[in-house]
Design a protein around this ligand. Structure first.
Ligand code: MTE
Ligand code: MO
Length: 418
């Protein structure tokens, strides 16, 4: 059964769909820390969350256009050098609801929090591929492999019951600088809660004893380094790229000649012009979305909040894809006529400088600025990335039927009351 749009607050997350499990935190939670705690990290699933019971027995295979296909166990991955990469993961559908206000779009009705910033711990995919004989910086294997396809354990209806999958170019996968990971840790946190808790609570409504049993067994089985909702025991992390390419619960990695032909690469997560509708769509005319464009969101205010006149702190996040940092964040308190520059940071109290080598290039910056708001108005925020890319002013100009990549200027209306 699917209960879409059950707007249900559970464990601090707003639940959009119970099955598959899709939830996001309230926007204010995002700015309370630079690294998003696992419990406040959005969860986006296309199918039921698989349960890997015995991590000792877990393995995935690397096959396809390579000389020596191999099965790898967790211990093989753990033996490789471990990297901690701070990277923001953002769903291409983040801010979809705002896009659907312009004209209906199809998809989960995300607000502005289908995004989170985590420290992912794991092996570099470039090192893993070296284990099976593919050198660093390879764009094509001897047998003609040009893409790396991640295949998951979870099955979804869009794939007609087949696994969720996606691919990235081999050149990116074998580039150590691209920081693509097979991650087995998230924030170094040992996870306590996952969506099983939700089902447990539902069960509890009907049977208290079952609940007690389930809670204890969930507790015992949840001492995992990577939360089950986020891909336990192993997931891909492709920094700077839309979330959909960071495949969770890896079952296999295939080296293939052409881009992955799966549903989520070819029939979804593409951006079409505003003129394309469900009757005239031709999916083959567009490429799969990869790098995220520059994005910026105000998190300290909800639409139509009532505030007192006077000084207010406006804060939020800004992030761009492809390893491009954030150059500037502008805030307006008059609907976009006049602007002030906000200050930016990644570590609390330390100002962020876009070209500083110590900055986390795959991660968001948080911004804040004090403004004086005398009367009801519209507050706007927009960012510029280090390649001088800017955001579109209005959502209408980038409207697309799947409601992806809404990176238009973020606007919140506030009412000033006494
Ligand atoms: N991987 C699998 N196996 N199944 C999925 O449904 N969803 C993708 C991606 N990887 C998905 C997946 C999408 S669309 C996003 S935005 C991110 O995972 C969300 O990751 P998270 O749930 O850890 O936040
Ligand atoms: Mo997504």
């Amino acid at each position: 059964i699917e209960y879409s749009c059950v707007n249900f607050i559970f464990g601090g997350l707003v639940l959009w769909m119970q099955q598959p499990f899709n939830a996001e935190p309230p926007r204010s939670a995002l700015i309370s820390s630079y690294v998003t705690p696992v419990d406040f990290f959005y969860k986006r699933n296309h199918g039921p969350i698989p349960i890997v019971e015995d991590v000792e027995k877990y393995y995935f295979s690397i096959t396809g256009l390579i000389e020596n296909p191999k099965d790898l166990f967790m211990k093989d991955i753990m033996m490789l050098p471990k990297y901690n990469v701070t990277a923001t993961l953002q769903c291409a559908g983040n801010r979809r609801t705002a896009m659907s206000k312009s004209k209906t779009v199809k998809g989960v009705g995300w607000d502005v929090s289908a995004v989170g910033n985590a420290v992912w711990g794991g092996a570099k995919l470039a090192d893993v591929l070296e284990l099976v004989g593919i050198p660093k910086q390879t764009s094509v294997t001897k047998s003609g492999g040009k893409h790396v396809e991640f295949v998951s354990i979870d099955k979804c209806k869009e794939e007609n019951g087949g696994p969720y999958k996606a691919s990235i170019p081999l050149s990116q996968a074998t580039d150590p600088e691209a920081d693509v990971l097979l991650a087995y840790e998230m924030n170094g946190e040992v996870s306590k809660f996952d969506s099983l808790w939700f089902y447990t609570c539902l069960g509890g409504i009907f049977c208290l004893t079952t609940q007690a049993y389930l809670i204890s067994s969930t507790l015992l089985s949840c001492q995992k380094l990577l939360n089950r909702d986020h891909g336990y025991p192993l997931r891909g992390i492709v920094p700077g790229v839309i979330g959909a390419r960071s495949v969770k619960w890896l079952e296999a990695i295939n080296i293939i000649a052409e881009e992955c032909q799966g549903f989520f690469m070819q029939k979804d997560y593409k951006m079409f012009p505003p003129s394309v509708n469900w009757d005239n769509i031709n999916w083959t005319t567009r490429r799969p979305l990869m790098d995220f464009p520059v994005q910026c969101v105000i998190c300290s205010l909800e639409d139509m909040n009532v505030i007192k006149p006077g000084k207010v702190k406006i804060s939020g996040y800004a992030v761009s894809g492809g390893g491009r940092g954030i150059e500037r964040v502008d805030v307006s308190i008059d609907g976009g006529k006049n602007w002030v520059e906000a200050s930016r940071y990644q570590k609390m109290g330390v100002p962020y400088v876009a070209d500083d080598i110590s900055s986390d290039k795959w991660a968001w910056v948080l911004f804040e600025v004090m403004v004086d708001i005398p009367q009801s108005t519209q507050i706007v925020a927009k960012a510029v990335d280090t390649a001088a890319n800017v955001q579109p002013e209005n959502v209408e100009t980038i409207w697309n039927l799947r409601g992806v990549l809404n990176t238009s200027w973020h606007r919140v209306s506030v009412r000033v009351g006494h």
